[in-house]
Design a protein around this ligand. Sequence first.
Ligand code: KIV
Ligand code: ZN
Length: 510
Amino acid sequence: MKRVRIFDTTLRDGEQSPGVSLTMAEKLEIGRQLARLRVDVIEAGYAAASPGDFASVQTLAKELRDVSVCSLARALEGDIERAYEAVRPAADPRIHVFIATSDVHMRHKLRMTREQVLEQIGRSVRHAAKLAPSIEFSPEDGGRTDPDFLALAVQTAIKAGATVINIPDTVGYLLPSEFGARLRRLREQVDFGSVQLSAHCHDDLGLAVANTLAAIEAGADQVEVTINGIGERAGNAALEEIAVALRLRQEMYGAETRLDLGQIVRTSQLVSRLTGMVVPPNKAVVGANAFAHESGIHQDGVIKERTTYEIIDPDMVGLTENKQLVLGKHSGRNAFRRHLEGLGYAPEEPEFQELFGRFKELCDRKKSVTDDDIVALLDDRFHRSDNPAFTLDFLHVSCGSFGLATATVKVTGPAGTVQEAVVAGGGVEAMYQALDSVTGVRPELASYTIAAVTSGPDALGEVRVQLRTGGSSRVFSGKSACIDVLEASARAYLDAVNKLVAAGQPDGRG
Ligand code: KIV
Ligand code: ZN
């Protein structure tokens, strides 16, 4: 059985999804969960992009064991050295060097000739190979690169010391038969020796998973994927779909991974909650309807024999019922900590104390506390900015079916504690205007969604907002879950404001 390596790029290509911006704590939480899922490589970010990106890659490199940690780098010495600095503490550090090789990219984006690009590949990969033992090279837009030039570029990178060659279909253009043929031809043209061949597919034509599976059939040793298929534009190949297809149709592929498939649903839910990218109900493997049977004929079949209409065993991907938490307001810290561990979370002491306090508050206000409630509280904690500029001290909203609504907010920020009351048409509007006034940030509300975490009138309300600064296409997302939906609305808004301020757009006017 051939071993296919899983290179997860949720934290790099996935984080490039419009509107997604993860804090360091969130990246670490996702990184830990990816390690539990037993992916082989985690692309933790692009270290040279900003000091924040550098710090996140380095933190993951220090914290995670039994997984290779990788940073992306342009084929430039400065980028490569930053990437190496960041991944150096990892058990198995990797630098991922890329430069575009298609004519359209070289001519219009790089403004370089083929010869210049080949020269830069050789120079940059040689430099990277002096620093780290594991060097991956990607000819960007490899899917649209002239096949003979692609072979030359790959040969140059291998000669310079690349240990993995990744072929990206950057714009998701190829069909499965074409992508497979391209990899086979490359293997014929270039002597790979012990160098691994990898595939990286985008989903612009909805073919990322099909193309990735075609790559495995064509002999790829590694595939690059993201959880829930998130990523640039239409996204990347979805890890969960490839993992399940490989397991279920092993006889076709003769290939296996080292993934713990039982962690798939938990990983999908974590990534969805922290990125704010909702999984469509009909999404394969992890969508809410993936195991739901609506038609009477199907229900009858499944009751008689599950496999009549269900090819995937829900247990295989870790789909368990939302259990009632057996803890209550009299439960102690140890029992709560053990329960969190059972859910796969091990927060550090200060986070644990805060969480325990919020759990106790919730027990006072809610009859039954479920695992989903606890996970929502945990995610709420991780979603917040690392050093928030503004914190909410007090909120009071008065609204109803008659007359105007009044919101009073008290917020502590860089200028001290400020209080403000605003009257407006509705409670959320009044509250958001009051928050704009006390923070001095006046963003545009790009989207606002609210959903119950569990069922019942006392369910936690989870609010997600997306803010945009005037004239900018960049979106900042915020999220909060509270038993009171107005409080959740205020906290989600302030969460997004804090991210916007941290990104250096403090007046919110772009
Ligand atoms: O899609 C792409 O080309 C990439 C490369 C940087 C590998 O993400
Ligand atoms: Zn990509």
